[in-house]
Design a protein around this ligand. Structure first.
Ligand code: SN0
Length: 318
């Protein structure tokens, strides 16, 4: 594995899942693999789980880690070409990327969706420049359109809890006060399909995700029908993907909040969310605090997913 940006970088999901089990049973078994190798984590956006779990995973493998928050202490980076740099951005990404790359062996990048320029977001303008100009393996720590380390951790978690081979996994939109990217939802859908679980996506009309991630046949607009016989309820808010309203909020329909009434329609489903979660908007307290909630296990599997990927890259690239 050279880069880890999406499912396209995965040769065999079952091999990754085996590696996850191996690392879970002894996370220090490969603590010499990363000796004298440095991981640089660059954040263009806030992070709690990704930052800590990736740092911990790298340390388990014996790596050194440097973390840079672009918005706290670094120069603001210009990302557009050909501009007269007379704004508040003193450094161009064209210099910054190779300079940062020269201090490390692997780069993790958290970029972000503009939510105004759909084409730019879906072209992954920032992430692709890191791949092009760093000369180093690049790991996505959430990009404009995907969050693969999260989705891989989600699949590890589902494997742990599933009671049948092909569980019914429901991805439900839920209301949120602010416009959020489609990244987590896109990525989750793509990994659930890779894992060959049954995927049902439910949301109000107007919140259709890109058909590249969720073909129309997977959508169920009747939220209660979607919950029927579900094994996993995965909640996430996202803003509109459609070109005319891209990045906007169309609805805060509370019928999509995950509550104990709808959970009763399921096959004793587990509740999942990538966190951070807005309680009593996305999910009722009684559900997230109840025995069906596996959000903490999901978060703890972030260390495992990051370690599997770092191990793959260290093994194949150095
Ligand atoms: C991010 C998102 O992509 O939706 C990161 C999730 C891992 N979530 C948020 O930005 C939540 C912020 C909020 O206001 O609740």
């Amino acid at each position: 594995m050279r880069n880890f940006l999406s499912i396209n970088d995965v040769d065999s999901l079952s091999a990754l899942l085996l590696s996850a089990q191996e690392i879970k049973s002894d996370r220090f078994a490969f603590n010499m693999l990363g000796k004298n190798r440095t991981l640089l984590l660059i954040f263009f956006n806030s992070s709690l789980r990704t930052r800590l779990s990736t740092q911990k995973a790298a340390t388990n493998l014996g790596m050194n880690v440097i973390v840079l928050d672009i918005n706290q202490g670094a120069w603001k980076l210009e990302t557009e070409y050909g501009v007269v740099m007379d704004s508040d951005k003193p450094e161009h990404i064209l210099e910054a990327i190779p300079v940062m790359a020269s201090y490390c062996d692997i780069i993790g990048v958290r970029s972000f969706a503009s939510l105004t320029d759909r084409e730019g977001d879906y072209q992954e303008k920032i992430l692709t420049q890191f791949v092009r100009y760093s000369g180093k393996p690049v790991i996505s720590l959430e990009s404009a359109t995907r969050h693969p380390l999260q989705s891989f951790a989600d699949v590890i978690t589902i494997e742990q809890y599933k009671k049948r081979d092909r569980p019914k996994v429901v991805l439900t939109w839920a209301p949120h006060p602010n416009p959020l990217p489609q990244a987590v939802a896109n990525s989750f859908a793509e990994w659930v399909r890779l894992a060959d679980y049954e995927l049902v996506v439910t949301h109000p009309k107007g919140y259709e995700l890109s058909h590249d991630f969720v073909p129309e046949s997977h959508i169920e607009y009747d939220v209660e029908k979607a919950y029927e016989n579900a094994d996993f309820i995965y909640a996430k808010n996202w803003s509109v993907f459609d070109q005319t309203n891209y990045g906007k909020i169309l609805s805060k329909d509370m019928r999509w909040m995950v509550d104990s009434n709808k959970m009763q329609l399921t096959n004793s489903a587990k509740f999942m969310h990538c966190l951070p979660v807005r309680r009593n908007m996305i999910v009722e307290d009684s559900v997230i605090d109840g025995p069906q909630s596996i959000v903490l296990e999901q978060a703890s599997n972030r260390e495992i997913s990051a370690q599997v990927i770092l191990k793959e890259i260290l093994t194949s690239q150095f």
